[in-house]
Design a protein around this ligand. Sequence first.
Ligand code: NAP
Length: 244
Amino acid sequence: MLLENKTALITGASRGIGKAIALQMAKAGANIAFSYRSSEEKANAFVDELTVLGVNAKAYKSDAANFEAAEKLVKDVLADFGNVDILVNNAGITRDKLMLRMKSEDWDDVIHTNLKSVFNLTKQVMRPMMKQKGGSIINISSIVGVKGQAGQANYAASKAGIIGFSKSIAQEMGSRNIRCNVIAPGFIQTDMTADLDTEGFIKNIPLQRLGNGEEVADAVVFLASDMARYITGQTISVCGGLSM
Ligand code: NAP
């Protein structure tokens, strides 16, 4: 199996894309540590689902936006699992508003949850990965970070920031065999997109439909695995061709 004997830490995997990533990674043989912010019941039920697949799994209530919480999370995961081979920075939120109406809190919430979280978690896994002489970090951005989107200046800035951050980490850590790549999903069916009127978007998507979490997860599994051992600092769009 592609991820046999690996331990993956995934932020925000109680629902949506993070959950799909955790599931596909477990099917590929990885042990799964994942965090969530508030969906305790969903997270616990998901641990049971993962354990049935024969891997070790544990959920941690931990705010990815908080530096000290991220420090504790990685400490706890190392104590429980022994190592972290794969980090997926997936936790993310939107606070969509046109710039004229956007409040300072809308900006701060999104930048802290989507971008500062990537710094927080990456910082904590760096040393353990160096000790293990390797690792794979996958950061979930968005095509909005590449193209921009009216009403999402805060979200676009956070997602563009992830791309610059990831290229820098790839350059810093390449000599240590630590790879860092980005996935930029397009419109994926989750709670985050549930309220969007997607009909207008679909006609611009070459594959003529929204994506699902599993389709993002398959690309993440590839980047996490040794199949991608010579790939670092790259952004792969999983968007049905929308970003062309
Ligand atoms: P979602 O369905 O809203 O799920 C978000 C997940 O992140 C939940 O598990 C949530 O935990 C967790 N989370 C939120 N804030 C957190 C925090 N501060 N600390 C820890 N966990 C936190 O969203 P999604 O659509 O799956 O999106 C996942 C990622 O993909 C995000 O980074 C998003 O920006 C990106 N993305 C999504 C799309 C799309 O079309 N859906 C497109 C491009 C990129 P709780 O359940 O506890 O709230």
